[in-house]
Design a protein around this ligand. Structure first.
Ligand SMILES: NC(=O)c1ccc[n+]([C@@H]2O[C@H](COP(=O)([O-])OP(=O)(O)OC[C@H]3O[C@@H](n4cnc5c(N)ncnc54)[C@H](O)[C@@H]3O)[C@@H](O)[C@H]2O)c1
Length: 371
């Protein structure tokens, strides 16, 4: 089992991420150490996570009054309406401020549960058990919580840190390939923004990740490496004042794609991120910020791993239709769109240095087609 610390320098506090295989069995001991005052526990449980884990949790926490709240995750259900419904159930259960909320699920369940924990009685202890690859390597780390609105992805939310994150690769056994690709998108993003060696390692190991060939070796290594990159960045800039924005590479376009497609299942978050990475890199080439060689290196990974299907899949999207949504990006602080661009593999631009009007972006990408 590997333990990584996320440090909040401003508050002089930290929380641990435990990573390993079959570590769910230790969940009760870990919870007892981290949240000793807990009397009652509410578990917000993603309905698609196999029920055998629910039985394990029931068994491990059999000394506590326990309430399971089942959640059906979708970008549509990532809403204030769901938050309201969950809050009602917690109030009825009379969970109090010393108690604990645990999220068991993918990124959507985690983002919604974290937000609920942050507003319930002005904040209760919360810990996260991510069950998708994306949630393990990205969304469970760093304390961003929230829900979508008609104006954009995650446009309503809070920064709220969990007491701990428990990443158990055993959950990946039941995850389908599309969801593995989704998590891979954020792993690839971490390599592109910060670590050329990791990027090179991914070149020869990506297939093994998609096929879950070596869950306790290659996949666990990719998870640990990714968590280390994200935790280091987040620790330096908890509230996304500046540096943390580099984690948003590709996401300005990705979020606009998701919003324009009205959060349908036609394209999921990771697929949109993979498209967003390509659009941001193409934009960087057109602005002479990176060379065509960098774009080709990234494209080679897509080609070698059959990710080019995404280009066809996004046929239904028209690039012109995504532009209006760029103005709602949370990194923007004036009328222009604040883009993170790429200089070379392992190095992106400093946040705030490259801002463009929607007209300028449109013109730069005028020949670009999503398909
Ligand atoms: N908070 C952050 O910092 C952050 C970072 C990146 C992404 N996100 C958010 O994360 C969300 C995407 O997360 P996601 O990709 O995990 O999607 P998701 O939560 O929708 O999960 C994907 C699907 O897998 C199912 N699932 C979950 N665990 C499973 C398991 N073990 N076996 C089988 N099926 C399982 C879910 O029910 C769902 O159908 C987006 O809303 C995105 O905005 C947040």
């Amino acid at each position: 089992m590997k333990k990584i610390k996320i440090q909040n320098k401003t508050l002089n506090s930290f929380y641990p991420i435990f990573i390993g295989n079959r570590i769910l069995n230790n969940v009760a001991n870990i919870a007892k150490n981290v949240c000793p005052k807990t009397n009652k526990i509410a578990i917000i449980y993603d309905i698609n996570v196999p029920s055998k884990f629910l039985k394990i949790l029931k068994n491990k926490f059999n000394k506590f009054p326990l309430k399971f709240i089942f959640f059906n995750p979708s970008e549509k259900n990532k809403s204030l309406k769901s938050v309201n419904s969950i809050l009602g159930k917690l109030l009825k259960f009379n969970l109090n401020r010393n108690d604990l909320i645990i999220s068991v699920g993918g990124g959507i369940t985690g983002d919604v549960s974290g937000f609920v924990a942050s507003v319930y009685k002005r904040g209760v202890d919360y810990f996260s058990i991510p069950t998708t690859l994306l949630a393990m390597v990205d969304s469970s780390i760093g304390g961003k919580t929230g829900v979508n609105s008609d104006y954009g992805k995650n446009s309503i939310g809070s920064f709220y840190q969990p007491k701990l994150v428990l990443v158990d690769s055993v959950f990946l056994n039941s995850l389908d390939k599309r969801q593995m690709i989704c998590g891979y998108a954020e792993i690839l993003k971490h390599a592109i923004i910060k670590d050329k060696n990791f990027f090179n390692w991914l070149k020869s190991n990506s297939k093994k990740i998609f096929q879950k060939e070596d869950l306790n070796g290659v996949v666990l290594k990719a998870i640990i490496k990714s968590c280390l990159i994200k935790s280091k960045i987040v620790s330096k800039d908890f509230q996304e004042k500046k540096l943390r924005m580099i984690l948003n590479f590709g996401h300005t376009f990705a979020h606009a794609i998701e919003t324009e497609s009205k959060y349908t299942n036609k394209i999921n978050h990771g697929e949109a991120v993979l498209m967003g990475i390509l659009i941001a890199t193409t934009f960087s080439v057109k602005k002479n910020i990176c060379s065509i060689k960098t774009l080709n290196e990234i494209l080679e990974i897509y080609k070698n791993n059959n990710l080019n299907y995404l280009l066809k899949k996004t046929n239904f999207l028209k690039i012109n239709r995504i532009y209006p949504f760029l103005k709602y990006d949370k990194k923007n602080n004036d009328k222009r769109v604040n883009l993170i661009l790429i200089k070379k593999i392992g190095k992106v631009t400093e946040p705030g240095l490259y801002k463009y009007s929607i007209g300028q972006i449109k013109k730069t990408l005028s020949n670009f087609k999503l398909s």
